[in-house]
Design a protein around this ligand. Structure first.
Ligand code: FE
Ligand code: FE
Ligand code: ZN
Length: 277
């Protein structure tokens, strides 16, 4: 079995997100910890969290996969960009303690011309500054498409980041199917081989969540444009095999497809059926 859901707006709080998830037939979901383009986060209401926790228990929700803002870039050149990354990351981790035991996923960063090695060092610096022994959240590095100067477009770059993090037990990886396809991993013809490579380089025990998306572009295009399931170059059959893969059983799957509620509900039902439920 798998847990599956979509991205849900956090504007109305946790209970509203839980209700929306149930409406779509979801048993997990993703949400932005603040406006995806940056800015400040809203205060957390403990009563709202309490109501959500009860609902999540009753409905047997899996772990949630919170998403950091896209503007969070620990490898920025400008000091204000780096300052925002450190401040938002610390604050978000603190806020995640209101719903302990879930995931906080982020795009590792873009080195903006400083080079991959320097980018990796700067990302590890952020993690070593912000992770704490006490936190109950696991931080996930997302696999990237390798667009522009993105760091994390290969499994080995993620490995290099993990190797530099002191509190490594607080770290995991979120695999985005659109991104790894765009980065050149052939999940259509050789899903087993890609997962074996992941296991050899990173370790499948580190794989904590899946972003399940089709891609508007061919393998290796380094573009990162998501498509609805079955309307892109990966295709529904290959993505159903991802949902049904025994080595991915039990993970939270998150749709980041350009869709509306009816579309997500349909994709959730399709992939759940493929996973054998
Ligand atoms: Fe993402
Ligand atoms: Fe993603
Ligand atoms: Zn993407």
């Amino acid at each position: 079995m798998i847990y599956i859901g979509s991205h849900i707006s956090s504007a109305k709080g946790y209970e509203a997100m839980g209700k929306q998830a149930r409406k779509l037939g979801a048993d997990t979901f993703a949400f932005f910890t603040r406006n995806p383009r940056g800015g400040n986060a809203k205060a957390i209401n403990p009563e709202d969290v309490e109501k959500f926790q009860i609902m999540a228990r009753e409905s047997h929700f899996g772990k949630l996969v919170a998403h950091a803002p896209y503007t969070l870039n620990p490898c920025g050149l400008k000091p204000e960009v780096r300052d925002f990354a450190f401040r938002a990351f610390r604050e978000d981790l603190e806020r995640m303690e209101a719903i302990p035991g879930n995931y906080y996923n982020f795009h590792p960063g873009s080195h903006v011309g400083q080079g991959t090695e320097k980018g990796i060092a700067l990302i590890a610096e952020l993690l070593n500054a912000c992770l704490s022994r006490e936190q109950r959240t696991t931080v996930l590095l997302e696999t990237m498409a390798g667009k522009g100067s993105e760091v994390g477009g290969s499994f080995s770059e993620l490995r290099e980041i993990l190797d530099r993090v002191e509190l490594s037990e607080k770290m995991g990886v979120c695999l985005d199917t659109c991104h790894i396809w765009d980065a050149g991993y052939d999940i259509v013809e050789d899903l087993d081989g890609v997962l074996e490579e992941f296991d050899r380089i990173i370790g499948l025990d580190r794989l904590k969540a899946i972003h399940i998306n089709d891609s508007m572009n061919p393998k290796g295009s380094r573009k990162d444009r998501h498509a609805k399931i079955g309307e892109g170059c990966i295709g529904a059959e290959a993505l159903k095999r991802v949902a049904a893969h025994p080595r991915l059983a039990g993970l939270p799957f998150v749709l980041e497809t350009p869709n509306d509620d009816a579309g997500w509900a349909g994709e959730i039902a399709m992939l759940r059926a493929a996973a054998g439920e």
